[in-house]
Write a protein that binds this ligand. Structure first.
Ligand code: NDP
Ligand code: 2IT
Length: 444
């Protein structure tokens, strides 16, 4: 089957899964040329086998809330592909979680993990449970109930989950506690663990820092300095916070952050003290970004997204499809020169087309946000060796990995005019490694 036919076929077989179709379409469009150069891929029906997850496990999660009411949620694990290593990818707890969302994320994760150069396959899991507004005890009971089912599917050489939206250190800790109790093993099967029980230094920082390191590599190709640039960031969770931390450290001015209720615009820039306030607000009190505007007397736009504000660089770091074609055109009209994605698939296809046509620096999430899973991979190595590396050592390796991903994008995405198509570069580089591994392993 030709690449384009595979997509039509997937749409018929899995109707309504629009995020999954969207992610597959983007990859198939970029790899079509290389795919057609390899008739052996077609003979092995490789594309279809690479697009359909190896398996999806779904289960009911039953838990008791603080009022004593018995509640149910759905739980899932999508094990997409393990050709180059054990399944690996985060867990998302959010009311919007559906099989389509997790299938798109697991599909993306497979290519992202391939780019990291570490031996990790792709997976994603989660639940339509949202920790927002829940007590600590409710979150713990939910995590334990979720793990009562999931533990059978995972293991240090089988499938290694981690965090994502709604799953941070707290949730990973509770899930790991139950996993350890059920298996009677301390094998580090989740990453993003606390530092005292096998977690890696720099894992919390890794996605945000890695995105800034990738941005620096992109800017370097055009001789542009980061210092002094105005940056719009969306989100105020794990990825956004450490993106902003690194940007401040390197002398950029961050003017926006957001949450699902709205965004703040601070024309003076978010400095270290203001970021500390946000970290405390979000991580300790689990408050709303609106409170920042009240604290510092700046603009708050309820229900809005930050892309209408003037900036040189945009770093969407909240969720999928949070940056539309209109947003992209607005950013370009305001002089934006680079977009580097912290979130997974934050730009719609129309937005990506607008960035690509304008010829600005545009990095898709599977390249730019791969730092998080990379340090997860380094956490797995440290757990296997039963030792832990210093922050400097992990940060050095993270830096190296992000540079290497940039080099791979340049290798496969160089345009005739010398500029880099990062979408094509990331997709082709990620694809080739997984495809070759699948060919070598036969029809399994
Ligand atoms: P967090 O839960 O820590 O933060 C998510 C942030 O995005 C919050 O500010 C949240 O607002 C906002 N948000 C979530 N859903 C929506 C929505 N539907 N509409 C608007 N805003 C929303 O998650 P992370 O920071 O870990 O993840 C952010 C993105 O980065 C996701 O796309 C994730 O897949 C991706 N990513 C994460 C990695 C990691 O290591 N954690 C690695 C690579 C990518 P609110 O507080 O109101 O919910
Ligand atoms: O999207 C992602 O890469 C993550 N949520 C991190 C996955 C991981 O296994 O660390």
């Amino acid at each position: 089957m030709k690449a384009a036919e595979v997509l039509d076929n997937l749409k018929l077989r899995f109707p309504g899964e629009k995020e999954y179709h969207q992610a597959v379409q983007e990859v198939l469009e970029s790899i079509e040329d290389v795919y057609n150069e390899h008739p052996e891929f077609e003979k092995a029906n490789l594309i279809e086998r690479l697009c359909i997850p190896d398996r999806i496990v779904s289960f009911r999660v039953t838990w008791v809330d603080d009022s004593g009411a018995v509640r149910t949620n759905m739980g899932y694990r999508v094990q997409h592909n393990n050709a180059i290593g054990p399944y690996k990818g985060g867990i998302r707890f959010h009311a919007s979680v559906t099989p389509s969302i997790l299938k798109f994320l697991a599909f993306e994760q497979t290519f992202k993990n391939s780019l990291t150069t570490l031996p990790m396959g792709g997976a994603k899991g989660g639940s339509d449970f949202s920790p927002r507004g829940k007590s600590n005890a409710e979150v713990m009971r939910f995590c334990q109930a979720f793990m009562l089912e999931l533990w059978r599917q995972i293991g240090p050489d089988t499938d290694v989950p981690a965090g994502d939206i709604g799953v941070g250190g707290r949730e990973v800790g509770y899930m790991y506690g139950m996993y350890k109790k059920l298996t009677r093993e301390h094998t580090g099967t989740l990453t993003g663990k606390g530092l005292d029980f096998g977690g890696s230094l720099i894992r919390p920082e890794a996605t945000g820092y890695g995105n800034v390191y990738f941005l620096l590599e992109m800017l370097k190709t055009r001789g542009i300095e980061l210092r002094g640039k105005t940056v719009a960031v969306s989100g105020s969770g794990n990825v956004a916070q450490y993106t902003v931390e690194k940007l401040i450290e390197l002398g950029a001015k961050v003017v926006t952050m957001s949450d699902s209720d709205g965004y703040i615009y601070d024309p003076d820039g978010i400095d270290r003290a203001k970021l500390d306030y946000i970290m405390e607000l979000k991580n300790l009190y689990r408050g709303r970004i609106r409170e920042y505007a009240e604290q510092y007397g700046v603009k708050y736009v309820p229900g809005g997204r930050p892309w209408g504000e003037k900036c040189d660089i945009a770093m969407p770091s909240a969720t999928q499809n949070e940056l539309t074609g209109d947003d992209a055109r607005q950013l370009l009209a305001n002089g934006c020169i680079a977009v580097s994605e912290g979130a997974n698939m934050p730009s719609t296809p129309e937005a990506i087309d607008a960035f690509q046509e304008a010829g600005i620096l545009y990095a898709p999430g599977k390249a730019a946000n791969a730092g998080g899973v990379s340090v997860s991979g380094l956490e797995m190595t440290q757990n296997a060796q039963k030792l832990s590396w210093t922050a400097e050592e992990v940060d050095r390796r993270l830096h190296q990995i992000m540079e290497n991903i940039h080099t791979q994008c340049a290798k496969y995405g160089m345009r005739p005019d010398g500029s880099i198509d990062y979408v094509k570069g990331a997709n082709v580089a990620g694809f080739m490694k997984v495809a070759q591994a699948m060919m070598a392993q036969g029809l399994v």
